[in-house]
Write a protein that binds this ligand. Structure first.
Ligand code: MG
Length: 227
C-alpha cells in the first residue's frame, strides 16, 4: 500500500520542548505573583508544582487534558484564596501563550511545505501546543490531540481517532515522533507505520522497532521517498 499521510508528534519532534516549558512555568509563576499574590505569598514555587501534581493525581478523569488540569488546579487554588473565578481563563491564556512560544527546528517549516505536495499531513499530540497559533497550521490537514481524542499516546484510541479523521486505512499512514513508546509503539499498535526521530542519537531502548529511524528532520523526505 502506498503511503498517503504523514502524522507528526510536536514536542521534541518539531521543536525542543524543555526550554519552552521552563520559560512558560517561570512566566506563569510571575503571572501568579502579579494576579494572585496571596497564593504565591503562602508557598514556595516548588510547593505550587507539587500541589498541581497532587491535583492531577486526584483527577485521573482529566489526565488526557492538560488544559483542563491546569484550569482546574488554578480554579481550586484561586477559590481557596478568595480570588474571582474569571482569573482562571486569564491565567491559563497567559501560560498557554508562553507555552506556544516555540522555535521550530531549522528546516521544519520547509520540510512540511515540501511534504504537503505529496502527502496529507496531520498532528497527533498529547499536549496543548497549537500549530495554528505557532504559525505552522497551514501545513496540516488535521490536528488530533489527547484532549480531542479522550486518550493520551500511546493509547491506540488517539491513533484510531487520527485514522478516522484522515479517512485512510492505518497502513497508508506513517507517524513520525521522538518517543519510542508514546509515538512508535502507540502508532504501531494502531496499525500505522512509524519513523523514530532520534535527535539525541541514543540507543533504541528495546521493544518493537520503528520502520525507520532518522536523526534529523531533513532526512525524513528521503526515507519517505524510498518507502
Ligand atoms: Mg514528543
Amino acid at each position: 500500500m502506498p503511503l498517503r499521510c504523514v502524522t507528526f508528534d510536536l514536542d521534541d519532534t518539531l521543536w525542543d520542548c524543555a526550554p519552552v516549558m521552563e520559560r512558560a512555568e517561570a512566566g506563569f509563576y510571575t503571572w501568579l505573583s502579579e494576579h494572585l499574590p496571596r497564593v504565591v505569598a503562602a508557598r514556595r514555587p516548588e510547593s505550587l508544582i507539587a500541589e498541581r501534581r497532587d491535583f492531577c493525581a486526584r483527577h485521573p478523569e482529566l489526565s488526557h487534558d492538560f488544559t483542563l488540569l491546569r484550569k482546574g488546579w488554578l480554579a481550586e487554588v484561586a477559590a481557596a484564596h478568595g480570588y474571582a473565578p474569571e482569573l482562571v481563563e486569564e491565567g491559563f491564556r497567559a501560560f498557554w501563550e508562553m507555552r506556544n512560544e516555540v522555535q521550530p527546528l531549522a528546516g521544519a517549516a520547509e520540510l512540511l511545505a515540501d511534504l504537503q505536495a505529496d502527502f496529507r499531513l496531520g498532528v497527533i499530540s498529547n499536549g496543548n501546543a497549537d500549530v495554528h497559533y505557532i504559525g505552522l497550521g497551514h501545513h496540516f490537514d488535521f490536528v488530533v490531540n489527547a484532549a480531542i481524542a479522550g486518550a493520551l499516546k500511546p493509547d491506540p484510541r488517539i491513533f484510531q481517532h487520527a485514522v478516522e479523521v484522515a479517512e485512510l486505512p492505518a497502513e497508508e499512514i506513517v507517524h513520525v515522533g521522538d518517543d519510542p513508546v508514546r509515538d512508535v509503539a502507540g502508532a504501531a499498535a494502531a496499525g500505522m507505520h512509524t519513523v523514530w526521530v532520534n535527535h539525541k542519537r541514543v540507543d533504541w531502548p528495546g521493544g518493537p522497532e520503528a520502520d525507520a529511524e532518522i536523526q534529523q528532520l531533513s532526512h525524513l523526505k528521503a526515507v519517505l521517498q524510498a518507502w
